[in-house]
Design a protein around this ligand. Sequence first.
Ligand code: ADP
Ligand code: MG
Length: 176
Amino acid sequence: MITVPVMSTKGGVGKSTTAANLGAFCADAGKRVLLIDLDAQPTLSSYYRLEYEAPGGIYEFVGANETRPESIISKTSIHNLDIIISNDSKGQLDTLLLNAADGRLRLVNLLPTLQPHYDLILIDTKGSRCIALEIPAERRSLIVPFTLAVTALIRRLCRLVASLTVFSPEGTLFLF
Ligand SMILES: Nc1ncnc2c1ncn2[C@@H]1O[C@H](COP(=O)(O)OP(=O)(O)O)[C@@H](O)[C@H]1O
Ligand SMILES: [Mg+2]
């Protein structure tokens, strides 16, 4: 079982798209996948048609410690692909967690109740700094999508660094 948050401090870089497609790809390959939508703007929750829509979602799971699967886990029309939808439309979850003694560890503490049922749990997050972003950062694996502009920047930077080493006989280059 592996739990992987998809995160970036930037919006619109493809976090939800990556979670949705990677999740469906792995489900198609026979893995039991759970998507968790931590973004108050429920892009991931709207990605796939739901065959079973649970009465609750992320608000009941993280906000109220509800762990009964039939209450919080919806089933998409893709076999093996389940989702805890985002239903925090008023964005109250952050405040609720900030005021809870166990707020920062709430999701980490709740995940073990679901982990035995899945091979992969993908957590979609929102593109800004918030407590909900800190929770999945506890995990060891991380997916950080970035845009082609950033890829191009990194490639150009690598070329620049490579060309500058010509002027660095010791072979050591410090970048500030
Ligand atoms: N690999 C990609 N190539 C082209 N467009 C993409 C790709 N990934 C995402 N998009 C598009 O970029 C937009 C933002 O994607 P989204 O997954 O909602 O970003 P985020 O969750 O980071 O805010 C959407 O319109 C989506 O269709
Ligand atoms: Mg998103």
